[in-house]
Design a protein around this ligand. Structure first.
Ligand code: AAO
Length: 484
């Protein structure tokens, strides 16, 4: 449950937030596969409410576990999983099983009816007895106090009807849903609101999962003892009784301290010079228990704590991503957004509420309202860097004592970052063999040449590195696969 089931030469995943299944399938084939991405976190595929104005968050209010959503139906879903797996890209599903809807009644995206007040969800089916109401002892039935772990697990998160995973019936329905997804070839799950479910209940659910042994999926999840990849969303910034470590026995957890540290570092409330022991040395979870990211779909909108760095501050964002990808620490997820001005704004859509596809520009970037951070050269080339450096330890850490750093991934790769505000000019040890290398931040290696800066490494492994204090991309990155 800690293993993303990635190809060993693919070491980062991307969250294609609100993308349609057939767009993801095409993206796997035309971009993610070739650029070395390991997998995709997709938006919740289950049937959900249809909220007026079609905000993104309607997908976090399940009506049933039918695979019919604005991203597509079950056939589209199957096609996506098969096509992505065929090019070495795994699919991880955002599963919402803590709760059902938060208000109203009507019809879900798959045609099932629901009624929040009577807690009636015939599409599953769930009824009143399947919810936690009697187990919640807060004044209004909602979570009013995060200092009370019982409330957090047994009461309603923002009014969302809280399922009781303590019963074998509810567990069984959730397992059926997960096993259905696994039978279609998905490699794992991002478990929404895991913090709001009891670890013991989750354990019981996970222990009943069966991964697909269908050879059509082209990857071997079926070896005995192998479990689906599990990432549990547990927001722990410290200061609450529920800790992310309550869940690390069950799978990975989202490491929100990492968001906080990255934010403080690149906003210069902390020093890059102190990062030579990044990871557990900074009090974060062990490597194989953490999923790390600069921002996610909640905190990029200001939810869940901290003013994180997002695509809206592109220079800082590219720097932060380069740092995260260059580090050997944990398994990283890149956020891929659509442009938004307001919190609730849904994805690019037409007048009838159908999500519209991204367009692809000649320089590989996206149009049509999609930001596609994962297609920014500085970001996808750092995925290539991470893949090339995999297995090599960090070494030869250098700093100016403040906001300029450089380090190698022994014998495989080298990066220098200048967030100081004045120039960096240094002769630094890269650990790479002598020769010319393409700086993958400023360009691509193409037809044996480099469209950006070329860095020359001498026989002693050293290279002269210059990064202007006000460069748009104040970093240089080279690796063995970028040798010219
Ligand atoms: C929508 C409407 C609501 C309405 C509801 C029901 O917006 O007004 O009441 O429907 O009708 C998403 C949206 C919600 C939306 C929901 C359902 O974000 O706005 O509600 O879909 O459509 C908590 C949870 C965490 C959750 C996060 C948003 O622990 O699991 O809230 N994230 C996931 C998803 C998210 C989704 C859901 C869960 C629900 O990623 O997209 O919601 O499926 C503290 C706690 C955290 C807590 C935050 C926010 O954080 O620690 O656990 O997250 O508060 O409430 C400091 C503290 C830090 C604190 C933070 C913020 O930094 O250190 O601990 O401040 O206060």
């Amino acid at each position: 449950q800690f293993d993303p089931h990635n190809d060993p030469d693919r070491q980062a995943m991307v969250h294609l937030f609100e993308w349609k299944w057939n767009d993801i399938a095409a993206e796997c084939e035309r971009f993610l596969g070739p650029k070395g991405y390991a997998g995709v976190q997709i938006s919740p595929p289950h049937e959900c409410i249809q909220q007026y104005g079609r905000p993104w968050w309607e997908r976090y209010q399940p009506v049933s576990y039918k695979l019919v959503s604005r991203s597509g139906n079950e056939d589209d879903f199957k096609d996506m999983v098969q096509r992505c797996n065929a090019v070495g890209v795994r699919i991880y599903v955002d599963v919402v099983v803590n709760h059902m809807t938060g208000g109203g009644s009507g019809q879900g995206t798959g045609g099932s009816s629901y009624d929040t007040n009577s807690e009636s969800y015939p599409g599953v089916p769930y009824g009143r007895n399947d919810f936690n109401d009697n187990n919640c002892h807060s004044g209004d039935g909602n979570i009013d106090n995060y200092q009370d772990a019982n409330q957090v697990r047994n009461c309603r998160l923002s009014g969302l009807r809280d399922l009781n995973q303590g019963t074998s019936y509810v567990r069984g329905k959730i397992q059926e849903y997960f096993n259905h997804l696994l039978s279609l070839g998905v490699a794992g799950f991002r478990v929404d609101a895991a913090k709001h479910m009891w670890p013991g209940d989750l354990q019981a659910i996970f222990s009943g999962l069966q991964v697909s042994s269908d050879p059509v999926h082209r990857f071997n999840l079926s070896v005995s003892g192998s479990n689906p990849f599990i990432v549990q969303e547990v927001i722990d910034h410290g200061g609450e009784p529920i800790k992310n470590t309550d869940y690390t026995g069950l799978g990975r957890v989202t490491e929100f301290h990492h968001c906080d540290h990255i934010n403080n570092l690149f906003r210069k409330r902390d020093k890059l010079a102190y990062t030579s022991n990044w990871g557990t040395g900074w009090g974060m979870l062990p490597d194989d228990q953490a999923l790390v990211f600069v921002d996610n779909h909640d905190n990029q909108r200001g939810d869940g704590g901290g003013s994180v760095i997002t695509y809206k501050e592109a220079r800082l964002y590219k720097m932060a991503q380069a740092f995260v990808m260059a580090q050997p620490y944990a398994f990283p997820r890149i956020m891929s957004s659509y442009a938004f001005d307001s919190h609730d704004q849904g994805p690019p859509q037409d007048g009838s509420g159908h999500i519209t596809s991204p367009t692809i520009n000649a320089d590989d970037s996206c149009g049509g309202g999609w930001v596609c951070e994962h297609r920014w050269r500085q970001i996808y080339n750092m995925v290539g860097f991470r893949n090339a450096a995999h297995g090599a330890a960090m070494s030869n850490f250098w700093s100016n004592g403040d906001q300029q750093i450089a380090f190698a991934r022994s014998g495989k790769a080298f990066i220098a970052i200048n967030n100081q505000g004045y120039d960096l000019n240094q002769n630094l040890q890269t650990t790479l063999s002598a020769g010319s290398y393409c700086d993958v931040i400023s360009g691509n290696k193409e037809n044996g040449g480099c469209t950006g800066k070329t860095i020359t490494v001498g026989g002693d492994g050293r290279a002269y590195i210059s990064i202007g204090g006000s460069d748009e991309d104040p970093m240089v990155a080279i690796h063995v696969n970028a040798k010219l």
